[in-house]
Write a protein that binds this ligand. Structure first.
Ligand code: ACM
Length: 545
């Protein structure tokens, strides 16, 4: 029912866009053309609760952004400035960001867009927000700045897509009336970017961070090392970056982040309320390190750099003491650059390592992560060793994954290991959409948009990992491996439109899950991506306007 109503609306939007008289005129006559007004809550991810009604708010030349941050005014003002920067280019309005005037609530206090931090708003948690829109004002309330930031993403999507353009556009700029109260379903909502198979510059990663933030993703997992490239400067082992980072798949020049660049990325992510999870994959996926230092190899011979796309052929030398000096130095230096909780140690596809050696290696390496104040994350093969207390395993299995492997993961979860779900045949963003997709891989099958969205994490846990307690489920993460991905256009083509669906699985209550409704909300994002200059896959499953 709802889906059908929205479909009618989407048809209405394309119809109006084609008529010459346009929106501004309809507005001057006081008519509310549906094209000028995104229905409240028609955003991605779907809000937890929406009560639409009342007059819309219109942003005008005179609109002010008012900050009520109390002792945290500086943090709230930072979000207010981000909102102003989003809105100014297309509206052409000054949109000053001002402290809320003192005194009792009144016209001056209530008018405009208000961002309020309320330390008593415990119902909004660490990331939730409330948005109230009426004729005189739009108010965003949150307990934490992250909540205000997520509320700004909702507010932004309530405006027409052309708000995203960097040149002045025709208004009106109206936000539908009513109230949204929104809190995330899961605390962990991630995306992974493989910067090893192909290197991505700081600017390219920042561009992706901005795209993730639009969908309330709060974790960026960076796969910083693999057979093809080591991408972060380590002072105590400098050849990792200078040699190990000097190429990539296909033999291009590769690259690496200096510590200053990496810190800049982490700070940029934090300013968008994303936490960076750095990954150093080990003991397998280590050819770039092994090529940089002969001593790390069991036979003392450094292999050549590798620019192909095979997996499972490399391993650190589990029996050599220098391996653990190396691991300690690397983890210490990366932990020192990491304000976030997690340090990801990989652990997947260690096909050159016996199960006994794997367990020995993980038993020595996990305490090093704890020693430097971080929590272990690993791919789910970590369950084949003994995961450290509080560790989080990232499940990347598929429907054909063996019952034994699943049982091992479920048992680890019963013993306290947390789980993040990244099922490869659902949300690996590097999988081809269909047989005609030029980019991407196909080993986990084709993953069209509906397949990536239309599943439920809790049900997945119950059916694919039976025995794993629901409380183990921390959230979801969409990995993007980069064997075939070389630039931002490639990232966007594979991530969009699947990434927003994963973001919605992580954020929205299960009760909002509905493909027919989702595909219409998703379709409305297409013009927004075009306004932002982004590429995306025009899936035939989505009714693009
Ligand atoms: C993986 O895809 N090897 C984690």
């Amino acid at each position: 029912m709802l889906g059908a109503a929205l479909l009618v609306l989407a048809v209405g939007i394309s119809g109006v866009a084609a008529t010459p008289q346009g929106n501004a005129q309809g507005d001057a006559q006081g008519k509310e053309s549906p094209a000028t007004l995104v229905p409240l809550g028609q955003v991605v991810p779907a809000p937890a609760s929406v009560a639409a009604g009342g007059s819309p708010y219109e942003i005008t030349q005179r609109t002010r952004i008012r900050i009520e941050g109390g002792p945290r005014a500086r943090e709230a003002r930072a979000v207010g400035r981000q909102l102003a920067e989003i809105l100014r280019p297309a509206t052409g309005y000054p949109l000053p960001v001002l402290p809320s005037p003192p005194g009792p609530p009144g016209w001056g206090r209530k008018d405009g867009i208000r961002l309020a931090l309320d330390p008593r708003a415990n119902d909004l948690g660490a990331e939730g927000y409330r948005l109230t829109s009426s004729r005189k004002s739009v108010t965003l309330t949150a307990r934490e700045p992250a909540g205000l930031f997520h509320g700004v993403q909702t507010l932004r999507q309530q405006l027409p897509p052309r708000i995203e353009k960097d040149t002045r556009q025709r208004g009106p700029w109206k936000i539908a009336g009513g109230t949204i109260k929104d809190v995330p379903r899961f605390a962990y909502r991630g995306a992974m970017l493989d910067v090893s198979r192909h290197f991505f510059t700081v600017e390219q990663v920042k561009r992706y961070i901005d795209q993730l933030a639009l969908y309330k993703v709060n974790t960026l997992h960076l796969h910083l090392s693999d057979d093809q490239g080591w991408r972060i400067a380590i002072d105590s082992w400098p050849r990792l970056a200078t040699h190990g980072g000097s190429t990539q798949v296909g033999g291009g020049p590769g690259g690496y982040y200096t510590k200053a660049q990496y810190k800049h990325l982490v700070a940029y992510a934090a300013s968008r309320h994303l936490e960076v999870v750095p990954e150093i994959d080990m003991p397998g996926h280590t050819n770039a390190a092994l090529s940089s230092y002969a001593d790390l190899n069991c036979d003392g011979v450094a292999p050549p750099l590798y620019t192909g796309i095979e997996v499972g052929f490399s391993s650190l030398c589990v029996g050599k003491e220098i391996t653990y000096d190396f691991v300690d130095d690397v983890i210490r230096e990366i932990a020192a650059l990491t304000p976030g909780r997690y340090l990801h140690i990989g652990g997947d596809e260690a096909h050159q390592t016996t199960p006994e050696d794997y367990a020995t290696f993980m038993a020595r390496v996990q305490p090093v992560v704890a020693k430097y104040g971080k929590t272990v994350m690993g791919w789910h093969q970590l369950a084949g060793a003994t995961p450290a207390d509080g560790a989080v395993a990232q499940y990347w299995g598929l429907d054909r994954t063996s019952p034994e492997e699943r049982a091992e993961v479920a048992e680890a979860a019963r013993n306290g290991t947390g789980l993040v779900l990244s099922p490869a045949d659902r949300i690996y963003l590097d999988m081809k959409y269909d047989e005609d997709t030029e980019l991407g891989l196909g080993w986990a099958g084709f993953v069209e948009v509906r397949r990536s969205y239309d599943w439920d994490p809790a049900e997945y846990l119950a059916t694919r990992l039976p025995g794993a307690p629901a409380s183990a489920l921390k959230g979801v993460e969409a990995p993007l491996w980069s064997e075939t991905i070389e630039n931002s256009r490639h990232i966007e083509y594979m991530a969009f439109p699947r990434l927003p669906g994963v973001a919605e699985l992580g954020w929205s209550p299960a009760a909002t899950h509905d493909w027919d409704g989702y595909k219409v909300r998703l379709a409305a994002q297409g013009p927004r991506w075009e306004a932002l200059g982004m590429d995306y896959y025009r899936s035939p499953q989505v009714p693009w306007p």
